[in-house]
Write a protein that binds this ligand. Structure first.
Ligand code: AMP
Ligand code: TRP
Length: 337
């Protein structure tokens, strides 16, 4: 309860890398929940440019990608009056807390992260930032002492590590950080248009949530369906077809039984089935395209939202960091009577 007697809302933090415009996997796996959580929780959403630099990011592109992600977040319905949206690098306190966490984060755990192993396997020389990435992620979350973190399935392991870092730090320096809960939607991993791998910008298998209808169709047309359905008359198997999975996620529920039936009986070919999917996506995201057009035409509004968001975030982050420093003895003035 606060002074007015109102029940205090649980604080939430989540983040997204500035990969340009968001895709369907981001939306179904994360942003849709974020939008729904804005009223019940005290929400912080951050665009993590400091995380992006340890990937393959291009300095010439990063500013625009960061701006475009802000537009995507506003377009899907995050409302700056009801949540705090900011760019990670504007709240430099995250970086220092990440360093303080390096004092307790176990290397063995970091080396066990799937995302680290995948990236390291592809690189000849692995930058330390790839290993330390989840330590910064823990700082992003714990600096707000967030109680809940809505993320996609792929982030479960990083959240476990965040909890481990909180436990170890608290055990050594005294209780300060809550162990945050991961809130993971039932949809699980959204599979890309290749029908095989996680939908991800770096794999080129995405549908952008701000794509125009023509572009959505161009993309959906390339989607891999049931590999055993070769000829138009072959019956399909919706249970193995990613197009059907996507239908279940975005197409009007009343149409699903017909789509399933027509697939099984080869009543409808894959191209027509994809056409329906492309239309569902284009219709569902129409309001997003409209809001995005508004913000692109008014970039100063986006800047003001991000700056206000950073000011608010910093006011909380600074308090947590000061306490963490003090407990760790980064406080030489206290030696002077
Ligand atoms: P990223 O683009 O990797 O920063 O991801 C931002 C958010 O979207 C995170 O919560 C991810 O877990 C989620 N996400 C990204 N791709 C997918 C996907 N293919 N399926 C489900 N969730 C996803
Ligand atoms: N690692 C997350 C991803 O790739 C992004 C992220 C960074 C994040 N910091 C976070 C997510 C804090 C949740 C909370 O998707």
């Amino acid at each position: 309860m606060d002074q007015t007697g109102a029940k205090k809302k649980t604080r939430v933090l989540s983040g997204v890398q500035p990969s340009g415009e968001a895709h369907l996997g981001n939306y179904l796996g994360a942003f849709r929940q974020w939008v729904h959580m804005q009223d019940e929780y005290e929400c912080f959403f951050t665009i993590v440019d400091q995380h992006a630099i340890v990937g393959e990011s291009d300095p010439a592109e990063l500013p625009r990608l960061t701006f475009d992600m802000a537009v995507s977040l506003l377009a899907v319905g995050l409302d700056p009056e009801r949540c705090t949206i900011f760019v990670q690098s504007d709240v430099i306190e995250h970086m220092e807390l990440a360093w303080l966490f390096n004092a307790v984060a176990p290397i063995g755990d970091l080396e066990r992260m799937t995302q680290y192993k995948d990236k390291a396997a592809r690189l000849e020389s692995v930058p330390a930032g790839v290993l330390n990435y989840p330590v910064l992620q823990a700082a992003d979350i714990l600096i707000y002492r967030a109680g809940a973190v809505p993320v996609g399935e792929d982030q479960r392991q990083h959240l476990e590590l965040t909890r481990e870092i909180a436990r170890r730090w608290n055990a050594k320096y005294g209780e300060l950080f809550p162990e945050p809960e991961a809130i993971i939607p039932e949809v699980g991993r959204i599979i890309g248009l290749d029908g095989n791998a996680k939908m991800s910008k770096s794999l080129g298998n995405t549908i952008g949530i701000l794509d125009e209808p023509d572009r959505i169709w161009e993309r959906v047309r390339t989607a891999v369906t049931d590999p055993q359905r070769i000829r138009r008359d072959d019956p399909g198997r919706p249970e193995v077809c990613n197009v059907f999975t996507l239908h279940q996620l975005v197409t009007d529920a009343g149409l699903i039984p017909d789509i399933e039936q027509q697939c099984r009986t080869a009543g409808r070919g894959c191209v027509d089935c994809k056409r329906i999917l492309a239309d569902s996506i284009a219709d569902a995201f129409q309001p997003f395209r409209e809001r995005a057009a508004h913000y692109r035409a008014n970039p100063g509004e986006v800047r003001d939202i991000l700056e206000r968001g950073a000011d608010h975030a910093r006011s909380i982050a600074a308090g947590t960091l000061a306490e963490a420093r003090r407990r760790m003895g980064i406080d030489w003035r206290s030696a002077i009577p």
